[in-house]
Design a protein around this ligand. Structure first.
Ligand code: ADP
Length: 599
C-alpha cells in the first residue's frame, strides 16, 4: 500500500510499507534506483548522439529520458510499481522494434542486451505470465528480422543510422550495468527472504516447543485436578455412604417418632451432600471431555414415569400439583438413546421446578413433534409456577456454580452446577435448552431430542408385584461380599442380618476369587474399588473358573462411583447387575431376590 504524500516528496520511504511483501518492496527499490541508473545512462547517451546529429536516436533518447522522469515521479507519487513496469516494458519493446526494423536495421549487441533486459525485468517484476508475454514480444521480431535478412528479402526505403563506437560503448556498458544491478538486487532480496524464512522457522520451532510444553503442563495439571477430584470424591463418598447407610439401618429398626425425625434429617443432609459431590465429579468429567453417551433401547413413557415417581411425592409434600403428560404414541415405542443421561437432565429440571415453586403446579411433558417412523423428535418440557428468572440472568444460570442471586443460595441451597451439567450434556449431543420465564409467574425449560426408533414394539410391563418383604426364603442364601472398607462391611452385615443373611467377607478381589474357588456361594456382592484386585478383574476371573456352577454365580456390583459409564463396564466384566452406594435397602433386596429366585 502506498502512503499518500506531497507532490515534491521523492523519498523512497513514503512508498514503502510493512504491509508490502519483501518481494514487492524489492521491486519498488529496484524501480527507484534502477530508474536513476537509466536516467544517467540515457543522459550520457543523449549528449553523445546529440553532437553527432543523429536525429532519430536523439529523439528516441529524449523520449526515453522523459518517460524515465515521468515514471520516477509516478513511482514516488503513488508507488504503483506494476503500472510503471508495464509502461517501461512497452517502451523498451517499442525501442527494440524501432532499433531492429528502423533505426539500425540490424541485430547488434545492444539489441541482444535489450532483449535480455526485457526478459529478466518482466519476469522479476510481473511474474511468469507477463514474463513470457514480453519475452516473446521482443524475441520473435528479432528472430523474424534475422531470418528475413538472411534470405535477402528485407527491403526498406530508409538508410539506417550509423552510430560511432563511443555511443555503442555507452549503451553496452549501461545495459550491462542494468543487467548486473537487476540480478544483484534480486539476489540480495531473495537471500534476505530466505534468511528471514529460516529465522521465522527457527522462531516457530522454539515457539512450538514452548507451546508443546505448555500444553503438556496444562494437560498434566488438568489430569492432576481430575485425579484429585475423583480421589477426594471417593474419599468423601465412602464415609458419607456409611452415614446414609447407617441412617437407613436405624430407620428400619422402628425408631421413636422424635428419633425418626432426626434420622430423616441426617439421611436428607447426607444425601444432599452426596448429590453435591456427585455433581462436582460429574461436571469435572464432562469438562474433561470424558463423557460417552450410551445408545440402548428403552421406552420413554416408562422412563419418564420412573423419573417422576419420586418427584410427584416431593411435589405433593409441598402441596404442589404434579402433571406428567406423555404423548400416547410413545407408549409402544422402543427408542434408542441414553436413558441415564435423560434421567439426569429431567430429574434436575424437575427438582429445580419443585425447589423454586411455593404454590401452583409442576408440569412435565413429552410431545412428539416429528415422527419419521425410523426416527422421532420429542420435545421435553418442564414447567412450573415458581419464582421465575429475570431475563438478564437466563444465560448466567447455565454457568457453573452460578445461581440467580445470593438470596437463592441462602433460601434454596444448591451448588449452581445442575444447569451447567445439563447445558453441557445437551451441547455434547448438539442440542440447545430453551428457557421461558417471567419473574413471579414461573419458568419453562424445554429442549428437543431426536431418537432412532426400533422396529420392535414395546410390551408394557405389568407391575402387579407386591412390595418385596424379606422372608425366611433368603436366610439359607450363601452370600459372599467382596469389600475392603470395614465400615461398609459392618453396615452390610447389619443390613443383611435383618434379612437373616450371614455373609462371608473377602477383603479384596483376589481373596474373593479364592473363596469362590474353594467354597460355594449363591450370590456375590462385589465392591468395585478394592486393593490388590479390583471388582471388575475379580468378576472376570470368577467367570473363567472351570466349574460352570461357580463361573456363573450371580454377581451384583456395589459401586460407590457416580460415574455414568460404570454400567457398561460392570456388564462387560460379566456381572449381572449393580447397585450404587448408598443403595436403598429395598432395591438391593429386590435384586438379590431376582437373581437367586431360581435356587
Ligand atoms: P442449583 O439448583 O444447585 O442452584 P442449578 O444450576 O440447577 O443450580 O440452577 C442455577 C440457578 O438457576 C438456581 O440457583 C436458580 O437461581 C435458577 N433456577 C433454576 N431453575 C429454576 C426454576 N425452575 N425457577 C427459578 N429459578 C431457577
Amino acid at each position: 500500500m502506498s502512503k499518500s504524500a506531497g507532490f515534491f516528496n521523492l523519498s523512497l520511504d513514503k512508498i514503502l510499507s510493512d504491509d508490502q511483501s519483501f518481494l514487492d518492496q524489492a521491486r519498488i527499490r529496484l524501480l527507484y534506483y534502477g530508474l536513476g541508473i537509466v536516467f544517467i545512462a540515457l543522459a550520457s547517451l543523449l549528449s553523445n548522439v546529440y553532437y553527432q546529429h543523429q536525429p532519430l536516436i536523439t529523439y528516441t533518447a529524449v523520449a526515453m529520458l522523459v518517460c524515465t522522469v515521468i515514471s520516477f515521479k509516478f513511482l514516488t507519487y503513488n508507488g504503483n510499481w506494476r503500472v510503471i513496469s508495464h509502461g517501461l516494458l512497452i517502451l523498451a519493446t517499442a525501442v527494440n522494434l524501432l532499433d531492429v526494423f528502423y533505426t539500425f536495421q540490424n541485430v547488434n549487441i545492444v539489441t541482444i542486451q535489450m532483449v535480455i533486459l526485457v526478459v529478466i525485468f518482466s519476469f522479476y517484476m510481473l511474474g511468469q505470465t507477463y514474463g513470457i508475454f514480453y519475452s516473446i514480444l521482443n524475441l520473435i521480431p528479432v528472430l523474424i528480422f534475422l531470418v528475413v535478412q538472411y534470405n535477402h528479402a528485407y527491403f526498406i526505403q530508409f538508410k539506417p543510422e550509423q552510430i560511432d563506437q563511443s555511443t555503442i560503448i555507452i549503451a553496452v556498458f549501461a545495459n550491462f550495468i542494468l543487467l548486473i544491478y537487476i540480478h544483484s538486487h534480486f539476489y540480495t532480496a531473495f537471500y534476505l527472504n530466505i534468511q528471514e524464512l529460516k529465522k521465522t522457522s527457527e522462531d516457530q520451532a522454539v515457539l512450538n516447543e514452548k507451546l508443546g510444553s505448555a500444553i503438556d503442563k496444562a494437560e498434566k495439571s488438568s489430569q492432576a485436578k481430575s485425579e484429585f477430584l475423583s480421589t477426594m470424591s471417593h474419599e468423601i463418598r465412602t464415609p458419607l455412604n456409611a452415614v446414609i447407610g447407617m441412617s437407613n439401618l436405624l430407620l428400619m429398626s422402628n425408631p421413636r417418632h422424635d428419633q425418626r425425625e432426626n434420622l430423616e434429617i441426617l439421611k436428607f443432609s447426607g444425601s444432599n451432600l452426596l448429590a453435591i459431590v456427585n455433581d462436582v465429579l460429574d461436571f469435572n468429567k464432562i469438562e474433561s471431555g470424558k463423557v460417552i453417551f450410551e445408545n440402548i433401547g428403552f421406552n420413554l413413557t416408562e422412563l419418564m414415569q420412573a423419573i417422576c415417581g419420586g418427584q410427584k411425592i416431593k411435589a405433593a409434600e409441598k402441596g404442589l400439583l404434579f402433571n406428567l403428560d406423555i404423548d400416547d404414541s410413545l407408549n409402544t415405542k422402543v427408542l434408542f438413546g441414553d436413558p441415564t443421561r435423560i434421567t439426569q437432565i429431567i430429574f434436575n429440571l424437575v427438582s429445580n421446578a419443585i425447589k423454586f415453586t411455593k404454590e401452583g403446579n409442576i408440569g412435565v411433558s413429552c410431545s412428539v413433534i416429528e415422527d419419521r417412523h425410523n426416527t422421532i423428535t420429542v420435545n421435553f418440557a418442564v414447567k412450573d409456577t415458581g419464582i421465575g428468572i429475570d431475563q438478564h440472568n437466563i444465560d448466567t444460570i447455565f454457568e457453573p456454580f452460578a445461581q440467580e442471586s445470593i438470596t437463592t443460595t441462602r433460601q434454596y441451597g444448591g451448588t449452581g452446577l445442575g444447569l451447567a451439567i445439563i447445558k453441557r450434556l445437551l451441547e455434547l449431543q448438539g442440542l440447545k435448552m430453551n428457557v421461558n420465564s417471567v419473574v413471579g409467574h414461573g419458568s419453562e425449560f424445554s429442549f428437543n431430542m431426536e431418537f432412532p426408533v426400533s422396529t420392535e414394539q414395546h410390551v408394557p410391563r405389568v407391575d402387579n408385584k407386591l412390595p418385596l418383604q424379606a422372608n425366611d426364603t433368603l436366610n439359607h442364601i450363601r452370600m459372599l461380599i467382596a469389600e475392603d472398607n470395614v465400615v461398609n462391611v459392618m453396615l452390610m452385615k447389619k443390613l443383611l442380618s435383618k434379612w437373616n443373611i450371614t455373609p462371608t467377607i473377602a477383603e479384596n478381589g483376589e481373596r474373593a476369587v479364592q473363596l469362590v474357588q474353594y467354597g460355594n456361594f449363591d450370590i456375590i456382592l462385589m465392591d468395585l474399588q478394592m486393593p490388590i484386585m479390583n471388582g471388575f478383574d475379580a468378576a472376570i476371573e470368577i467367570r473363567k473358573l472351570p466349574d460352570p456352577k461357580k463361573a456363573n454365580v450371580p454377581i451384583i456390583a456395589l459401586t460407590a462411583s457416580a460415574l455414568f459409564d460404570i454400567r457398561e463396564r460392570v456388564f462387560n466384566s460379566g456381572m449381572n447387575d449393580y447397585v450404587s452406594k448408598p443403595f436403598k435397602p429395598e432395591e438391593l433386596l429386590e435384586k438379590i431376590h431376582t437373581l437367586t429366585v431360581q435356587i
